[in-house]
Each structure stands twice: as C-alpha cells, then as structure tokens.
Design a protein around this ligand. Structure first.
Ligand code: COA
Length: 332
C-alpha cells in the first residue's frame, strides 16, 4: 500500500503585530499575566482591507507548492481546516481553489477547531493511500481577531487567539511518510469552548438578524480551566497512542509539534515525555493560538529553521473545541 509524505510546507501570517502591552491599553489585563498564564508575547491580527482566510491560505499554499516543486494545476484535492471560514457557507476550500486558479477539483472543509489540521491531514492521507488522489493541499487557516470580544469581559479569550495560515502538500511515497494518525472527540463538552451563532440551534425568530437581541452568542465562550485540565490529559493519551501503534519509544521523537494552545500545556507535555527543549517546537510566543493554523505554521517555521530533516520522526498533537483531539507520527 502507498503511504503519503509531506512534500512541502508553507505559511502566512498577517503583518500587523498586536502586543500584550497594546491589549493592556484596551482591556484590563497586563503583559506579566498573559506571559505567565499563556507564554504569549504578541499575536498577528489581519488587516480587513486585504487579508481573508482564503487569501492567507493561498499564500501559504504557494509557498508549500514551491517547496514541493509543484505547480498549482497539479493539485487534485484540497482539504481545508478552519472554523472561521470566509462565509457561513460555502466553505473556504472552494474559495482557495478559486484563488489558486483551479477548476473542478474537489475541495472539502473540516471544522474541528484546534485539531482541524490533523483531521485534515488524516483525511488526505486516506485518499492518497487508496490511490484516489496524488497531490493534495492540506490547509489550516483562521481569522479569530475580528470575532474576539476585545473588552475586559472577553479578556480570557481576547489575549489568546491570533490569525494566520499554514499549508502542506501531500504526495504518495514508497517510503514510510505518515506512519499513523489518531483522531478522537467527545461531544459532551461541546459547549465548554464554542461559538453559538449563527448556528441553527435557535428558533426562527432568533435567527433573523433584525431580531437578534442577545449577540453574545457570536463571541467565543471558553471554560479555560476545564479546557486546560482536559487538554493536558488528552495530549498525553493521544501521543502515547501514536507511539504504541508504531512500537516507538518517546525518546525516538526528533521533534514534537504540539498545537499552540498555551505554552504551559506544551511545557507540561514536554516534561511528561522527558523531551529536551530542542525536541519541542513552540512559536505561540509570536502568534498566540491560531487554531487550525497553528500546527502547519509551526511545522513550516520549524522546517525553515532546519529543525525537521530527512528521516526525522515528527510527532503532531492537538486538542481543542468539541472536545476533539488528535495526533500524527511522520517519518520525514
Ligand atoms: N488578564 C488578567 N486577568 C485575567 C485575564 C486576563 N487576560 N483573563 C482572566 N483573568 C483573571 C480571571 O478573571 C481570574 O480572576 P479572579 O481570580 O479574580 O476571578 C484570574 O485571572 C484567574 O482566571 P483563570 O481563568 O482561573 O486563569 P487560568 O490560570 O486558568 O488561565 C487561561 C486562564 C485561559 C489562560 C487558561 O485557563 C488556559 O489557557 N486554558 C486553556 C485554554 C486553551 O488552551 N484554549 C484553546 C484550546 S485549544
């Protein structure tokens, strides 16, 4: 059976840097609190005049295509992970297809929040393994900034999230490539980290824009403590599941790229796995939590910095809204 490999990685983040000190001028918060609780020093926010989820994704894809030495027209499938698609529908996959000047090829959106990129990677992997597609774009991109409650009421989420896009080109390989992916969810906790609107859960009169009195449903609601407690457990479980499935010891991991949710979560996992600093890649300090964008942005930067080399064993892991959690082991 064929395996799939990551043939190229790319990313794009908006130019505008938003520091903790700036947020402290509009919200009752401060640089020390944010760094101590999250590790975030700054994040990027889009310029609504020029950045969209689809065009940031297109920039990330062009970089990934160039590094894979591939033309956009050779792509035969797009899997797009985002919870902040440009429109309520259709998804951003078709908009990316249009941005890249492609026609007719299938484009699929995946809405699994912070685990979205690994879900998308796993989906693409299955299609390559069966021989159905050969050159697949796997994308994670988000614009969180324009939905954030940038007042003191929303401070537990306003300081965490950022915008950005990352992409990978997947291709078949005779070599090992993606060794396995592991996906999980538990809908019991759906409302512990969610945005309610514009969902279909409301009756007719409450879905009519002119009737909406309570607009708080459009903001992110997050039970931060509960999310944190579940995240540390699930991250470890799903990483161990991937290691056991492949009969690999944790010491053999060359680089762990965790979803960038909180530096304390990454540090906890690193400590539990006993990995040295150089084997864990974090860039949450610069970008905050970019949801589905975080893993491909981090992988792309790690690759640029020479931290992912041929034959390396790379472990991806994520946890987020749903709750959902996932991992992937890749022999580069
Ligand atoms: N600045 C200053 N104070 C803040 C604040 C902010 N931005 N946000 C919350 N606080 C306050 C709270 O109001 C609370 O005050 P109180 O004790 O007077 O009530 C205090 O800080 C502690 O709040 P708490 O929510 O218990 O802090 P925490 O240590 O749990 O950290 C998070 C909050 C959000 C950073 C943390 O829970 C977290 O990272 N959770 C996981 C979130 C996550 O990963 N989400 C994405 C999933 S992929």
């Amino acid at each position: 059976m064929l395996n799939s490999k990551i043939a190229g990685l790319g990313h794009h983040v908006p130019e505008k840097i938003v520091t903790n000190d700036y947020l402290s001028t509009i919200i009752d918060t401060n640089n020390e609190w944010i760094i101590e609780r999250t590790g975030i020093q700054e994040r990027r926010f889009i310029d609504p005049e020029k950045d969209t989820v689809a065009n940031m994704a297109a920039k990330a894809c062009r970089m990934a295509l160039e590094r894979a030495d591939l033309e956009a027209r050779e792509i035969d499938f797009i899997v797009f992970a985002t919870i902040t698609s440009d429109y309520y529908f259709p998804g951003s996959g078709v908009l990316l297809q249009r941005e890249l000047g492609l026609e007719n090829i299938p484009a699929m959106d995946i809405k699994n929040a912070c685990s979205g990129f690994i879900y998308a990677l796993s989906t693409a992997d299955q299609f390559i393994k069966t021989g159905m597609y050969k050159n697949v774009l796997v994308v994670g991109a988000e614009i969180q900034s324009t939905a954030l409650d940038l007042t003191t009421r929303g401070r537990n989420t306003a300081v965490i999230f950022g915008d950005g896009a990352g992409a990978a080109v997947l291709q078949p390989t005779e070599g090992p490539g993606i060794l396995s992916t592991h996906l999980h969810s538990d809908g019991k906790f759906a409302e512990e980290l969610f945005v309610k609107d514009p969902g279909s859960s409301r009756p007719h009169e409450e879905r009519q824009p002119e009737q909406i009195l309570d607009t708080s449903g459009f903001k992110v609601h997050m039970n931060g403590n509960l999310v944190f407690k579940h995240a540390v457990v699930r991250f470890m479980e799903v990483i161990n599941e991937a290691l056991q499935a492949n009969n690999i010891e944790k010491e053999e991991i060359d680089l762990l790229v965790p979803h960038q949710a909180n530096l304390r979560i990454s540090n906890y996992i690193q400590q539990k796995l006993g990995l040295p600093d150089e084997k864990v890649y974090n860039n949450i300090m610069k970008y905050g939590n970019t949801t589905a964008g975080s893993i491909p942005i981090a992988m792309s930067e790690a690759w640029e910095e020479g931290k992912i080399k041929e034959n390396d064993l790379v472990c991806l892991a994520a946890f987020g809204s749903g709750f959902t959690w996932a991992s992937a082991l890749i022999r580069w």
